[in-house]
Design a protein around this ligand. Structure first.
Ligand code: MSP
Length: 517
């Protein structure tokens, strides 16, 4: 069987980028917020470049876990999820997330898509009725074989698993083992980073068993179109969100432009669902596969998993109170490498804030705006001398910093921001070297040029931090008295170091007040 093609960037019309859809019963913590934050920064980068973007997040609302919780709360499941989904909207708003869509698996557009996809597998002969008997972790909503359990418990959660035995529908996953291996071999970028790709290959090579995709004993789910007594297994329901949100059942024109996805961002714990089940589900339905599944590691606290029980489940709100939304975003995007596990530390976050934001960027902005107000009443003429070596070095640093944003295309947020900080280092060096505070009496024309170049560096800087710190970028832009917004783009024009235009700048409050002790 030939594996379907993965569209290349040049062929596609839209950048379609997804996060996993979260179980709404857990509050969004710094771990779940991490995936969402990376997706948001990358989506903002693509918009800045001028690409058409569709970025989606959402909630995974069916399944046994939610059904049981609703029962404990004495609520109908729908009522319960309507109530708890709000926590996600609140947290994403607090963190300045800019999604184009928020999909809930209880929506009609999703239900219709799930039923259509199940029907396709059924018609393709990829489903059959069988008897399932085995271990189930309700927290993972996943089946495990005896050998996968650790001391008889869930390998992820370390909590007891349940024995589940019932007659339900199976999907012929085994049939797709070879096509999946062929696809991965032909598309080395399908799963990144490489270590995760090898992990996926290892899984498949061990052999894939067919998998149970429906539940007869659960009511809270989407009924199968040909057997209404069974509902879809929650993972086979949830993964389909990626095509539902692309308009599969309610906007076919958009679907054609949007599918296949440019990238699915996922954490390492859900890799086999995304890199094995999902592509097999798409192959069976005759749909092309996403270009990429990008897998990141987990955030740990003191070397441990985030968990409610040992108070390591830190909520974004607690951190935003201290470092603000932009300080939060900057820290996670600059200090966490996409791929390996990473330890969160409060001190690390505060040090990062003071060093990068209060000092490098905040002081630079304060200083330059202060000088512009003091010597020129905030009105700096559009006078420049780009022939000078100091200005040339600054312009070169701006070009290099703008080029570093390309790292966002590989989710290398750290490298992208490291590059941007090169511009702030150069701008601080420029101010030190040209000593504008001595120039007004000695050489007023040179003062105009120096202030102009320093303001221009801040303007380009505001453009370049707009994917990582959209709020701070806008505040800086306003201080610079510029029209429009720093993220208006296209990047190739707005990040080009030129002559700072006539405008009235104002220092106002510090951009990033220092955090003491
Ligand atoms: N509902 C499923 C996903 C369905 S996607 C079709 C699910 N939800 S989840 O809420 O449990 O987790 C969602 C994402 O959060 C996963 O990518 C997971 O890796 C990520 N994280 C959960 N804890 C995390 C950390 N401590 N660190 C980083 N990411 C973490 O699984």
């Amino acid at each position: 069987m030939a594996s379907p093609p993965t569209a290349t960037l040049a062929e596609r019309l839209m950048i379609y980028l997804t996060t996993p859809i979260y179980y709404p019963n857990d509050r969004p913590h710094i771990g779940t917020a991490y995936t969402t934050l990376v997706a948001d920064a990358v989506a903002r980068y693509w918009r800045l470049v001028g690409e058409e973007v569709y970025s989606v997040t959402g909630t995974d609302e069916h399944g046994l876990k939610i059904a049981r919780e609703a029962e404990e709360q004495g609520m109908a499941p729908q009522e319960w999820v309507d109530h708890i989904v709000e926590r996600f909207h609140e947290t994403w708003a607090l963190l300045d997330m800019s999604f184009d869509d928020f999909i809930r698996t209880t929506e009609d557009r999703h239900r219709a898509t799930v039923q259509a996809m199940f029907q396709k597998w059924h018609q393709a002969g990829d489903t059959y009725l069988g008897r399932y008997e085995g271990w189930y972790c309700v927290r993972c909503e996943a089946y495990y074989t005896e050998s996968e359990l650790i001391d008889g418990n869930c390998p992820w959660h370390g909590t007891p698993v349940e024995i589940h035995a019932e007659e339900n529908w199976f999907f012929r996953l085994s049939k797709y083992a070879q096509p999946l291996l062929d696809h991965i071999a032909a598309n080395p970028e399908f799963v990144v980073p490489e270590t995760r790709r090898n992990e996926v290959i290892g899984f498949i090579e061990q052999g894939l068993d067919d998998i149970s995709i429906s539940r007869a004993t659960l009511k809270w789910g989407i009924p199968l179109p040909w057997d209404e007594a069974q509902v879809a297994y929650v993972w086979f329901d949830a993964l389909i969100n990626y095509v539902s949100a692309a308009g599969y059942s309610d906007d076919p024109d958009r679907f054609t432009r949007q599918w296949p996805a440019w990238a699915h961002l996922v954490g390492k714990d859900i890799i086999r669902f995304h890199a094995i089940f999902w592509p097999a589900m798409l192959m069976s339905a005759g749909l092309p596969l996403p270009r990429q599944v990008a897998v990141h590691g987990h955030l740990l606290v003191g070397g441990e998993k985030l968990s409610k029980s040992n108070a390591t489940q830190i909520l974004p709100q607690e951190l935003v109170e201290t470092v603000g939304t932009d300080g939060y975003r900057h820290h996670f995007l600059r200090d966490v490498s996409f791929g390996p596990d990473s330890n969160f530390s409060w001190e690390g976050m505060v040090d990062r804030y003071n060093a990068d934001l209060a000092n490098d960027l905040g002081n630079l902005a304060n200083r330059v705006l202060h000088l512009a107000e003091m010597f020129r009443d905030g009105k700096v003429p559009a006078r420049a001398d780009h022939g000078r070596p100091e200005e040339q070095a600054l312009a070169a640093a701006a070009a290099e910093a703008a080029g570093s944003l390309r790292h966002y295309e590989q989710f290398k947020t750290k490298q992208a921001i490291d590059g941007v900080w090169g511009l702030f280092a150069a701008a601080n060096g420029f101010v030190e070297a040209t000593e504008p505070w001595h120039l007004d009496s000695r050489d007023p024309d040179r003062l105009d040029e120096v202030l102009n170049a320093a303001l221009e560096a801040l303007r380009v800087g505001a453009v370049l931090v707009s994917p990582s710190m959209p709020g701070a970028a806008r505040r800086l832009w306003d201080k610079l008295g510029l029209p429009g917004r720093p993220d208006d783009g296209p990047l190739a024009e707005t990040a080009t170091f030129g002559v700072f235009p006539e405008s009235t700048v104002s220092k106002g409050d510090p951009l990033f007040p220092r955090i003491e002790g």
